[in-house]
Write a protein that binds this ligand. Structure first.
Ligand code: NAG
Ligand code: NAG
Ligand code: NAG
Length: 459
């Protein structure tokens, strides 16, 4: 027994020494420029073109035909199963009924009520929306870039954009010296939606961040706010702050996560948190942050999609880019994972708990009609196998940062761990009812958090 006690004592002492030790957490040297277009390098054409979405009707006919064919070939789920084996095919069959009645042209009309543009960056035509009204007297207009990740697109922000650009209309009143309003820029990751996909290897979240910083510069924004959500959106946003520290006024990220395996220090802290939650977690965090063992088992049980996209993206893409039902089940299964922690035991994976079928199908349409998934899957490989990945994840960032956590997120790290990375963490809020899709699930709450943070930094 005393031996066991001695071991625990020694381990505790070494953890303490490890945790008190100041690790160097300098960001790596990032390349300043690169080229990902087709063929030989050429200088970017810096024109900003107006753009509007216009899908050829034959593509829509083809899609419906594939949905009709695909539903015939669906294998019924095993008796009594829900989402334990993956996306519930009985539910998918039900979805196809709504799908066959889905009117893309009506949605296209709505999407085109946003101002869309494209401009060339590092050889790629980057798609973005920009929403901004001329400020009224007593309004202070500030630029913000909203960054999506996977399995998302600019569509995730359709409810947040109008509030940020025109808060008065939605009953929002922030800003001590004049109402804050935003000039809202929402780019699509290259390869996602109407952004051209890279032709060269190596385009991951770091490159994407650099392209976004060039976009903001091209738009004339010298100082701006950054909001990122989704695992990749958070990484792009954080890398953007590393790359353009003088331009990023404040960084806000939703559900950020630092893997316990990232380094010895974070690992030691995760183990200690597991053994003695009170040490590092307040009451609210204890409800939301999964203990280490459940983090690991949840990862092993549910994150097969991550390993496949990180290792064999092209093999997966052949199938999901050929079958809209394949795409829907792959994409929406990831949605279910991020909406409810117990999604596998619900017949509809809780998907309709906080999102509408229309919102889900619109996301699927955007992915299908633009062939996004193959690029999205490669983006995982290029991001998580990037030579600077580890260093970038470990690097500390001393820019005013706000963290927003939604209680049903599939995973997030404790405030204490996050503050090793975000050393200037000025705001940490756990709230709302959603999970991994804050802008879709809790648009008003997200907008409110953005206003509160920006008000804090600018008043
Ligand atoms: C599918 O629709 C049928 C008929 O409306 C309904 O009885 C069934 O519960 C639905 N199943 C799922 C998994 O949504
Ligand atoms: C998940 O749902 C199942 C079925 O509704 C229930 O038996 C189980 O207790 C739930 N688990 C958790 C962790 O909520
Ligand atoms: C981080 O920024 C804060 C405030 O801007 C400053 O007081 C602090 O010294 C900085 N820390 C480091 C490590 O640079």
């Amino acid at each position: 027994m005393w031996k066991y006690g001695a071991v625990v004592f020694l381990v505790a002492i070494s953890f303490k020494l490890l945790l008190d030790h100041e690790f160097p957490r300098k960001p790596p040297k990032f390349e300043k420029d690169d080229y990902f277009g087709e063929g030989a390098v050429h200088a970017d054409d810096e024109t900003i073109h107006d753009f509007s979405i216009s899908i050829d009707p034959s593509q829509l006919e083809d899609l419906k035909e594939r949905v009709r064919m695909g539903r015939q070939r669906l294998q019924a789920p095993l008796e009594g199963s829900n989402f334990e084996f993956g996306f519930n095919t009985a539910y998918l069959k039900n979805l196809t009924e709504t799908w066959l009645k889905y009117d893309w042209k009506q949605h296209e009309y709505f999407l085109n009520t946003f101002q869309h543009y494209r401009t060339e960056l590092e050889g790629l035509l980057l798609h973005f929306t920009r929403t901004s009204f001329s400020p009224k007297k007593n309004e202070k207009k500030l630029p913000i870039i909203l960054i999506h990740g996977y399995p998302s697109s600019f569509w995730d922000f359709y409810k947040v954009i109008p509030i940020l650009a025109n808060p008065g209309r939605f009953g929002f009143d922030f800003g001590g010296k004049g109402q804050i309003v935003f000039d809202v820029v929402v780019p699509s990751i290259p390869g996602f939606a109407w952004s051209e996909g890279p032709s060269k290897q190596g385009f991951g979240f770091i490159e994407c961040a650099r392209v976004y910083s060039k976009l903001m510069e091209r738009l004339g924004h010298k100082k701006y706010f950054v909001f990122g959500m989704g695992d990749l959106g958070v990484e792009i946003a954080t890398a953007l702050a590393h790359i353009s520290p003088d331009s990023v006024w404040g960084l806000q990220v939703a559900n950020p996560y630092i893997s316990p395996l990232q380094d010895a220090q974070v690992f030691a802290e995760s183990v200690l948190t597991f053994l003695a939650p009170n040490l590092y977690l307040d009451e609210r965090e204890q409800e939301v942050i999964l203990p280490l063992d459940r983090q690991i088992s949840s990862f092993l049980d549910h994150f097969g999609f991550f390993m496949i996209q990180k290792t064999r993206p092209d093999s997966l893409s052949v199938a999901v880019n050929d079958s809209p039902l394949g795409l829907a089940s792959w994409l929406l299964d990831r949605f279910a994972l991020g909406i409810h922690r117990n999604y596998t035991s619900h017949p509809q994976g809780w998907l309709q708990n906080s999102l509408t079928v229309d919102e889900l199908l619109t996301e699927v349409h955007i992915y299908w009609l633009t062939g996004t998934l193959p690029h999205a899957a490669r983006f995982f490989r290029n991001s998580y196998e990037h030579p600077l990945y580890r260093e970038t994840m470990r690097a500390s960032l001393n820019i005013s940062t706000a963290v927003l956590v939604l209680p049903s997120t599939s995973y997030t790290s404790p405030r204490h761990t996050l503050s090793r990375r975000y050393t200037n963490l000025v705001r940490y809020t756990i709230g709302g009812k959603g999970g991994d899709f804050p802008a879709l699930q809790e648009s008003r709450f997200v907008a409110q958090e953005i206003f509160s943070f920006v008000e804090e930094l600018t008043s």
